[in-house]
Ligand binder design. Structure first.
Ligand SMILES: NC(=O)c1ccc[n+]([C@@H]2O[C@H](COP(=O)([O-])OP(=O)(O)OC[C@H]3O[C@@H](n4cnc5c(N)ncnc54)[C@H](OP(=O)(O)O)[C@@H]3O)[C@@H](O)[C@H]2O)c1
Length: 221
């Protein structure tokens, strides 16, 4: 068997990140799964290494970025963050800084979950931030850079997000209408995105790739 890989997960406590972490810990192709977290997770596993970090000073943990594959599932909402600036920090500044450090440490793959509609020229702030972070990371020229564009995420959360809950309810009722070219708008389970993310990493492709939500549905089956 080829050498086993090492992984770093950012956002391992979130909806997608927590599913991804479980999958990575079960995946025999990985010998080490490191997470950078604000608060340690209440789990133990022989392959798991937890680093408690302050994300405002990521360079203080630069050695943690010396892995094969970096998975970025960080994110917040403008409401939760409190301002557009605070949102930008979590959804763009931290992911880019992490990518910069990972490139310095010669990581091979960087995978990031942004969102459907990510576009640096968008008039919608959220989509523009997602597009900007992708463009900045693309400029680092990783051997492989994967951008995941899920639609509305479904799955259990500890917190209440009214807008998303309404979206999920509507999608639950009308999701069957999302066929053909509309498939990429259909809501997707966080667990499916996590599975797709891991499958993408294990394809060991080179170059830059964007995955729309309908592709993620397929890849995460
Ligand atoms: N919600 C949707 O419908 C939707 C749709 C498309 C794309 N997306 C995007 O998909 C990505 C993953 O979404 P998700 O729902 O899985 O995320 P989530 O459940 O909200 O988890 C977010 C992760 O980011 C971390 N985080 C948030 N603020 C932080 C901070 N200030 N410092 C350090 N870490 C911080 C959280 O850590 P803590 O546990 O420490 O807070 C958590 O691990 C996000 O980029 C999101 O924008 C979401």
């Amino acid at each position: 068997m080829a050498d086993k890989k090492t992984a770093l997960v950012l956002g391992a406590t979130g909806l997608i990140g927590s599913h991804l972490l479980s999958l990575l810990l079960e995946d025999k192709r990985y010998s080490l799964v490191r997470v950078l977290v604000r608060k340690p997770l209440p789990i133990q596993h022989a392959n798991l290494q937890q680093i408690t970090a302050n994300f405002d000073t990521l360079s203080a943990y630069k050695n943690s970025f010396a892995v094969d594959d970096v998975f970025c599932c960080l994110g917040t909402t403008i409401k939760k963050a409190g301002s557009q600036e605070a949102f930008y920090k979590v959804d763009a500044t931290y992911p880019y800084e992490a990518a910069r450090l990972a490139k310095e440490k010669e990581a091979r793959q960087y995978l990031i979950v942004t969102a459907m509609g990510a576009d640096k020229n968008s008039r919608i702030f959220y989509n523009r931030v997602k597009g900007e972070v992708e463009e900045k990371i693309a400029g680092l020229n990783f051997p492989a850079f994967h951008m995941l564009h899920p639609s509305l995420l479904m799955g259990e959360r500890n917190e209440k997000r009214t807008g998303e809950q309404i979206g999920q309810a509507v999608m639950g009722t009308l999701g069957f209408l999302m066929v053909g070219p509309l498939k990429k708008y259909k809501a997707i389970e966080g667990s499916t995105v996590a599975k797709a993310m891991l499958n993408i990493a294990n394809q060991n492709l080179s170059g830059m790739h964007i995955y729309e939500s309908d592709q993620l549905q397929e890849l995460g089956k």
